[in-house]
Design a protein around this ligand. Structure first.
Ligand SMILES: [Fe+2]
Length: 177
């Protein structure tokens, strides 16, 4: 399963810290093993069940979010120098993990994808934090997962969480009905 996850998520290898990289990989291996979905399914299923006729896959959407977040951070660091402090490993790990909890939001009924019982009770920022904590991800990364979506609007986000939040929404909002 590790090799299959690295195949759909080559960006995991962008994380420089070996221990952090292993923890991120472990989260994805664990969640796929406990999901109705396979790594292959993630390359095919739409990134949102809420958008009608959505043709963009879950993996395409999530990987695009990581690419955007990393590019935004690089440009900010290049242009602002010491005036901005961004931890690239935390940002990359967080961006890769923001939707890890989504895997347990899905259920399959008669071959069709639906929202699971857990998914109805617990949105993925919460389940994502639970999964990431199980593998010892640091609080800086748990913070990015916890606050990446609308729930985080109530709190003060870290710089890394602000970047990931906007990278995620800039590729979601254009598709909203
Ligand atoms: Fe999300």
């Amino acid at each position: 399963m590790r090799d299959k996850v690295l195949k759909i998520w080559p960006e995991i290898n962008w994380i420089e810290d070996k221990k952090l990289r292993e923890k991120v990989l472990s989260c994805w291996v664990y969640v796929i093993e406990n999901s109705v979905l396979s790594p292959e399914d993630l390359e095919v299923i739409p990134f949102s069940l809420l958008i009608k006729d959505c043709k963009i896959s879950f993996m395409n959407h999530k990987r695009t979010c990581v690419h955007l977040a990393v590019e935004i951070a690089k440009i900010m660091r290049n242009n602002f120098g010491n005036e901005i402090n961004i931890n690239m490993d935390y940002l990359t790990a967080g961006a890769i993990l923001i939707d890890v909890g989504k895997l347990i939001e899905y259920d399959k009924v008669d071959g069709n994808l639906t929202t699971s019982h857990t998914g109805k009770l617990l949105r993925h920022p919460f389940s994502g934090v639970a999964i990431a904590d199980r593998f010892g991800l640091p609080p800086e990364v748990l913070h990015i997962i916890a606050y990446h979506a609308k729930e985080g609007d109530l709190s003060k986000r870290s710089t890394e969480a602000i970047i990931v939040h906007h990278a995620d929404f800039v590729i979601f909002d254009p598709f909203k009905a």
